[in-house]
Design a protein around this ligand. Structure first.
Ligand code: KIV
Length: 311
């Protein structure tokens, strides 16, 4: 039994109503920053709930952060659905957005709708996110037409990073920036309830944001967006390796896990763990009863040994 099991947390949180897409629009209008973060499992979803995050994204960054792939391309619908369902079980109030992984929506509107429905029906997501402009705008419109809210994603779109020249900032020339702006405007007109802008110069992002109805969520897009998103494993320091320029580390969870595991390994090896406070006691009379039964050969009475013992 884990002390983190469901229902054992001390939950003295003030009540908060579930965040809706209407709330996000109102937050943009009121200049109230939207806080979004990724999560891929039950305990981190619980923490996002406890600290009052507005939007939780089960990002396909799960591919790198928790599944060990070297890009977001390999992760599939089954994996994403399983992770999103775990996150759902840890959340009550943040809006839950499930990322549609590469290959789950591009080929047709029918495929896009089916994948979005899977995220909503099987994982309990409130909305889905997809990447890019072009055909993705049609896919977004089709999913919205089927009754599922869609978050767009422009600028650096990791699923198609190879075609963009790698994981690097986008929109740094007028020609490239106009493409980002066109994609964002098209997704806005298609009815996306919010649009992520990733790795775009702050000044470019500002020009785009001002032309959109939907709230924008920036990641490496500066301060003019209605909200910000970061990958949980980057911001709390679980990931190893080089970080993108736009990441700020707020904690060193990997370091904390290392400290804990190192101390545990040392104590197991030295015999210091488990200590007297971690073991169960038994009445001396019961122990004596056990000793007598073991000594009298009682051990075999509940089993018939009709197989050959292993050599
Ligand atoms: O997958 C992800 O984590 C994302 C965010 C970076 C927006 O798409």
């Amino acid at each position: 039994m884990s002390s983190g099991a469901r229902g054992t947390e001390e939950a003295a949180q003030p009540e908060r109503s579930p965040v809706t897409i209407t709330d996000l629009a109102a937050m943009k209008e009121n200049g109230e920053a939207i806080v979004m973060v990724t999560a891929y499992d039950f305990p981190s979803a619980q923490v996002a709930e406890e600290v009052g995050i507005d939007v939780v994204l089960v990002g396909d960054s799960a591919a790198n952060c928790v599944l060990g792939y070297d890009s977001t391309v390999p992760v599939g619908m089954e994996e994403m659905t399983m992770l999103a369902a775990a996150v759902r079980r840890g959340l009550k109030t943040p809006l839950l957005v499930g990322d549609l992984p590469f290959g789950s929506y591009e080929a047709s509107n029918e495929l896009a709708i089916a994948s979005a429905q899977q995220m909503v029906k099987q994982a309990g997501c409130d909305a889905v996110k997809l990447e890019g402009g072009g055909a993705s705008v049609d896919r977004a419109a089709a999913i919205i037409g089927a009754g599922i809210p869609v978050m767009g994603h422009v600028g650096l779109t990791p699923q198609t990073a190879t075609a963009l020249g790698g994981l690097k900032a986008q929109g740094r020339t007028a020609d490239k920036a106009i493409k980002v702006a066109e994609d964002a405007v098209a997704l806005d007109r298609a009815g996306c309830f919010a649009i992520v802008i990733e790795a775009v110069p702050e000044a470019v992002s500002e020009m785009i944001v001002n032309r959109l109805e939907a709230p924008t969520i920036g990641i490496g897009a500066g301060n003019s967006t209605a909200g910000q998103v970061l990958v949980l494993h980057d911001l709390v320091g679980i990931n190893r390796g080089r970080l993108a320029k736009f990441v700020k580390r707020y904690a060193d969870v990997r370091g904390e896990i290392k400290l804990g595991l190192t101390a545990y390994a040392e104590e197991v090896r030295s015999g210091a763990f488990p200590g007297p406070e971690h073991v169960y006691s038994v009445e001396p009379s019961e122990l004596e009863g056990l000793r007598q039964r073991l000594d009298s050969g009682d051990l075999d009475s509940n089993y018939s040994w009709d197989w050959e013992p292993l050599p």
